[in-house]
Design a binder for this molecule. Structure first.
Ligand code: SF4
Length: 660
């Protein structure tokens, strides 16, 4: 087999044993690796009704099919399990160095079952896989843990993924860290590790990854790299904000080309979009109840992307990525303490969402959350929920221990983050996210928890791009922003390779047409779902996809790396297969496949001011149309028996086991 290792490692934490399982080639042909392999395994091995924090849940770490083949931007790893936050299929995605390390250890994925009686970590290297006592690092934060484990294997190249205090304390918004604070943040999977008493994975392998046609992969990578290297000199941060202002006022819209976004990512990273997104209405403000009218251009200048660049000490790249959107920064100007450059999501979750203009605090919170191993999107959304509950009198000074949760109160934000990480005082209530907190409070509190299916929405407003709202409710991992939107469809440019898909006009089209519900939007959304599941099967970065398949040779790389001769349409079908199995996981749990979403995020009632004034998302019309285009049951979104059988893997259509 080419491009894959053909094996996975099973680790039974209850028994303390490791076992290798061979995976037939047919599975890769139908599901790829990465997210597809995780879906194939978890669907068969997690019993219906399993407790996400119990021994029956299975936690997988998977690499991508293209990882290590010489293709570019293909070093993303994924964790997957039943989510303790949403009780749905849960996954999280991260860059860094872990993805190639999994394959270099000889596996396409490592899967954990059971629960260890004491803290352990998994070491894989030198032909052995063993569980090692982790008492010495239990209690340490993510950076300390990784440094301590790397020191133990001194002089050797090891890759580490671990949890911090948030995962150990079973916070339902805990993530999994690698490369000292880069986070597979979503779905609360850090709590699954914590419940299993699994502190870390330490991987140290040197296996070669077989490739069918290395020369062809290299040639394709060189061509793609020419697009990635292009960088015009004239852009600055203020220009980006002003571009957002003019986009807000224009009644017309132009098709967005991801090549421009690539340029911005190379220069600033994801923070390039800070002010632009606020100005266009993409970024929610004040717990989704405000707008750029309150957090105006002057206030949002505090997070102008140039201000992040001033603190950048060094840029960094994920494995095999020539773009390099990451960076290490000083926490404060002149300080020696370093932190990862905050991402757009973290900045807006703790900036505009809380009316907070204090740049130093954004760097400080970023470091606190990275060290704790806590999802910054969910943490920011939960703090904003608490602030609004305080404003409405549902949380009092007595509850907060004297803290004044008033908008823009930076000291209170910082303190609340500390309390959440420590599960101390009101922090214990908030450490499991806003929905869990609201359910323990008065009924009215639920109106201020802005989630889909219990996961806090990311910083992309469906009232600006209804595709984000649609995907937040129909995606098997609800509340995700890395799946699809109308913007993504424009940038993916799939119609250049998949001829059945409609082309978006390049020159101006009326902006108002975005807010109608019609079959074309459903086709766009279905194509996004299939394509992002394909990307996640490959281990590719979403930002590579946004450059457009007219430049990103994803289909060509797949054929060159594996020796298959599949068409783009056949690869889109594989993306659909992956989606079907993830959605079938939720269906058999008896969950609604249109996740409940906070009405505010749909513009109900519509905002009175700001960029999204008067807009509502026509979700009830869009969802059944989307299900139809995906070939799902139009009435409830369930994968049909015929669609599951058509995947061609009989083991996926057998009756699932029930939890003990
Ligand atoms: S674009 Fe950024 S996140 Fe994506 S692979 Fe490159 S460095 Fe990593």
């Amino acid at each position: 087999m080419n491009a894959v290792m053909g094996k996975i490692l099973w680790v039974d934490l209850t028994a303390g044993t490791c076992e290798v399982q061979e995976i037939p080639e047919k599975v890769y042909e139908k599901m790829l690796s990465g997210m597809g392999l995780a879906a194939y395994i978890l669907y068969q091995r997690i019993p219906v009704g399993a407790d996400p924090l119990g021994p029956e849940n299975v936690l997988g770490f998977v690499s991508g099919l293209l990882t290590g083949t010489g293709s570019l931007m293909s070093g993303r790893w994924m964790a997957a399990a039943k989510s303790p936050l949403t009780h749905t299929w849960g996954d999280a995605n991260c860059g860094g160095s872990l993805s190639p390390a999994i394959k270099q250890c000889g596996y396409d994925g490592i899967f954990f079952t059971g629960m260890s009686p004491r803290p352990v970590y998994l070491y894989v290297g030198h032909g052995k896989a063993e569980l090692v006592d982790a008492e010495g690092v239990w209690g340490k934060d993510c950076r300390e843990t990784e440094q301590a484990l790397k020191a133990q294997y001194e002089g050797k190249t090891v890759s580490v993924a671990c949890i911090g205090p948030a995962g150990e304390k079973l916070s339902l918004i805990a993530g999994i860290s690698n490369d000292e604070g880069r986070m597979a943040a979503r779905s609360g999977l850090g709590a699954v590790m914590g419940a299993k008493k699994l502190k870390a994975l330490v991987l140290q392998g040197a296996h070669r990854i077989p490739v069918y046609d290395e020369a062809r992969v290299k040639q394709l990578s060189e061509g793609f790299n020419r697009w990635i290297s292009f960088q015009p000199p004239f852009l600055n941060g203020t220009l980006m904000g002003l571009l957002g202002t003019s986009m807000r006022w224009l009644p017309l819209q132009m098709r967005q080309d991801g090549l421009l976004y690539k340029v911005l990512l190379s220069k600033w990273g994801t923070v390039s979009m800070n002010q632009y997104s606020i100005e266009t209405g993409d970024s929610p403000i004040k717990n989704w109840d405000g707008s750029c009218a309150e957090f105006n251009f002057k206030r949002s200048s505090s997070i102008n992307p140039d201000r992040f660049r001033e603190r950048e000490l060094v840029k960094y790249h994920c494995y095999s990525c020539p773009l390099g959107c990451g960076g290490m920064c000083t926490i404060k100007k002149g300080s020696k303490e370093e932190t990862h450059k905050p991402e757009y999501e973290s900045v807006l979750a703790f900036g505009g969402m809380l009316m907070n203009e204090d740049l130093d605090s954004l760097f400080e919170i970023n470091e606190k959350l990275n060290r704790a191993g806590m999802d910054s999107i969910s943490a920011g959304g939960t703090v904003a929920f608490a602030f609004e509950c305080y404003e409405k009198g549902l949380i009092t000074r007595d509850d907060t221990g004297g803290l004044e949760l008033t908008w823009g109160n930076t000291a209170a934000i910082l303190k609340l983050v500390d309390l959440m990480i420590a599960r101390d005082g009101i922090g214990d209530l908030l450490a499991d996210g806003s929905r869990a907190a609201a359910r323990r409070m008065q009924k009215q509190a639920e109106a201020y928890a802005v989630t889909a299916g219990g996961q806090e929405l990311a910083m992309h407003d469906g009232r600006n791009d209804p595709g984000f709202a649609l995907h937040a409710v129909v995606e098997p991992t609800p509340g995700r922003h890395t799946i699809g939107s109308y913007l993504y469809y424009e940038m993916f440019q799939l119609w250049t390779k998949v001829k059945r898909l409609p082309k978006v006009r390049w020159l101006f089209y009326p902006k108002g047409s975005k807010y109608t519900a019609d079959r074309e939007k459903a086709i766009w959304a279905a194509a996004c779902s299939q394509f992002t599941d394909l990307i996640n099967g490959c281990g590719l970065c979403l930002f590579a996809g946004l450059v457009g398949v007219n430049r990103l040779p994803i289909f060509e790389w797949l054929n060159a790396a594996t020796g298959w001769e599949k068409t783009p349409e056949e690869y889109m079908q594989i993306g659909l297969n992956i989606h079907l199995v993830r959605q079938a996981f939720n269906a058999r749990e008896g969950l609604a496949l249109k996740a409940p979403i906070n009405e505010r995020a749909l513009g109900r009632p519509p905002a009175q001011k700001g960029a999204n004034r008067g807009r509502s998302v026509l979700l009830e019309e869009l969802v059944p149309m989307y299900w139809k285009e995906m070939g799902l049951d139009e009435t409830n979104g369930h994968p049909t028996a015929a669609a599951m059988a058509a995947i061609g893997l009989p083991e996926l259509v057998q009756a699932p086991a029930k939890a003990a």
